[in-house]
Design a protein around this ligand. Structure first.
Ligand SMILES: C[S@@+](CC[C@H](N)C(=O)[O-])C[C@H]1O[C@@H](n2cnc3c(N)ncnc32)[C@H](O)[C@@H]1O
Length: 463
């Protein structure tokens, strides 16, 4: 163990022998702490640092809302689907975040409570916005439990609040994420019982406070989950289509496709309508979080309802449906179109998307400079291999014969099927959909007759 950097130690009022765990970046020390900042921001606890979300009264042992929290800066991590990290960064930059650092599966940045609320409300690509509260070395279940005993949990919850622990484990001696979550929970409960004679209860469904434990290379990072339910669950899905695309992934694909929000957009295999609905929300500047009435941060002791309400009102005022260009969604099944219509109505988008029932062979986009984006079945949840190959082949034929001048994107979890399209891809972007390795295939559909199209590539190169 090494001494803490002297300046950081001085700013935080740490003892001279303060140490940090080797191998940890010094971001455990509050990066924006400046001389004169509240030194309570940073607590030094036996070799690791805790950054509290609010000031606390150590004598009373309770966390409470402190008005000065508005001025504080937190270490944040916005998780997203693998492959969307860069576009997630771009989105955060558009939301006026200036210190984005992409990492695997998300983006690190800093911000205030207001930033935290704004990102939960406005991010289309993010899945969970996490607030870093501690980071420490941890290579056994015992160590995880004993270190958890040291965390001042009362900063974040009281004994009559409920909590849940989610955990993700990779490349570590502790291998089972459920067991890791259990050990952390035991440490939390025992620490609180020792201090207050009572313990908070677990509520997996609707906890007041949700903790996320990320254990990677034997380093445990503890977060508070400010989102609660994943941000991808916007709240417009009335009934689940069995192969519907994750909303945040669909939005990320529209960013990757560089859709400008102005040109026509088509999804000829729209299922429950995720691409058209996400596109319409984007074009209308409709914040994706407006439909939700619950976020993780609402259960916290420092929940500032006034601030949240003012951000919501501001977001409501920005919605402008007149900006929505022509957006078309079609599907071979009438029940899917009924569902898509119902979902768009629930999203507050009645009458702004053109829905129709049509087989892919009948698909004819209007004009010639639109974006076609679709997510054909790829065998995970729908279709048998031969039928699927035929569907991809027809899709390629329709692109060739009737879609000149447009850009087309196919999102698939089965690159082999992509080859059946028979057109040269101009990009193949790797993406993760849950634990499936997927590709976003781009086709530039040139003007002119079929003969002018480049010949389909030989297997191996073509998709
Ligand atoms: C993977 S789902 C698309 C899910 C959609 N992206 C969503 O989020 O709900 C594929 C869709 O293609 C449609 N489909 C399959 N074969 C078709 C065909 N020949 N013509 C039109 N639609 C078809 C299915 O009905 C299904 O809804």
């Amino acid at each position: 163990m090494k001494s803490v950097y002297p300046t950081a130690r001085k700013m935080a009022g740490l003892p001279d022998d303060a140490v940090y765990w080797p191998g940890l970046p010094d971001d455990a020390v509050h990066r924006r702490a400046s001389p004169g900042a509240n030194v309570n921001l940073l607590n030094y606890i036996r070799g690791f640092f805790i950054i509290p979300i609010c000031d606390f009264d150590s004598r009373a042992g309770t966390a409470y809302y402190c008005p000065s929290i508005m001025a504080k800066i937190f270490n944040l991590f916005l998780s997203c689907a693998g492959g969307l990290e860069e576009v997630c960064c771009r989105e955060l930059e558009r939301l006026k975040i200036t210190d984005c650092r992409p990492a695997i599966g998300g983006v690190h940045f800093t911000g205030t409570l207001k930033t935290m609320y704004r990102i939960n409300l406005h991010s289309r690509i993010g899945i969970r916005l996490l607030v870093k509260i501690a980071k420490y070395h941890c290579s056994s279940e015992d160590e995880l439990y004993h270190k958890a005993l040291e965390v001042p949990w009362n900063l974040y919850l009281t004994t009559n609040m409920t909590f849940a622990v989610h955990s993700f484990v990779s490349n570590s001696k502790i291998r089972h994420s459920k067991y890791a979550a259990l050990k952390l929970k035991d440490g939390l409960v025992d620490a609180m019982r020792r201090k207050f004679g009572q313990r908070p209860n677990v509520d997996v469904e609707h906890p007041d406070v949700q903790f996320n434990l990320h254990l990677n290379n034997n380093i445990a990072t503890l977060y508070l989950d400010s989102s609660g339910r994943p941000l991808s669950r916007r709240g417009y899905r009335t009934v689940l289509h069995k192969a519907s695309l994750n909303e945040a992934l669909a939005a990320g694909i529209l960013y990757l496709a560089k859709w400008d929000g102005k040109s026509a957009l088509y999804d000829p295999l729209c299922g429950s309508g995720t691409f058209p609905i996400e596109a319409a929300m984007m074009a209308a500047d409709q914040a994706p979080g407006l439909l939700r009435n619950r976020f993780g941060f609402m259960g916290w002791k420092n929940y500032n309802r006034e601030l949240w309400d003012s951000l919501r009102t501001e977001a409501q005022q920005r919605i402008d449906h007149s900006k929505i260009p022509s957006i078309y969604g079609s599907d071979g099944r009438g029940d899917n179109i009924t569902l898509a219509e119902r979902n768009s109505k629930a999203a507050g988008l009645s009458g702004v998307i053109n829905w129709s029932v049509a087989d892919i062979s009948e698909f004819r986009p209007a004009g010639n400079a639109g974006l076609i984006v679709c997510n054909p079945p790829y065998g995970e949840r729908l279709g048998n291999p031969d039928q699927l190959k035929n569907l991809y082949r027809i899709l390629g034929d329709v692109f060739k014969q009737h879609c000149s001048g447009h850009s087309a994107y196919i999102f698939t979890g089965n690159p082999e099927l992509g080859k059946a399209v028979g057109l040269r891809t101009s990009a193949k972007i790797p993406l993760r959909n849950g634990n499936i390795d997927c590709r976003l295939l781009k086709y530039d559909l040139y003007e002119g007759t079929r003969k002018k199209f480049p010949a389909p590539e030989k297997s191996g190169d073509s998709t």
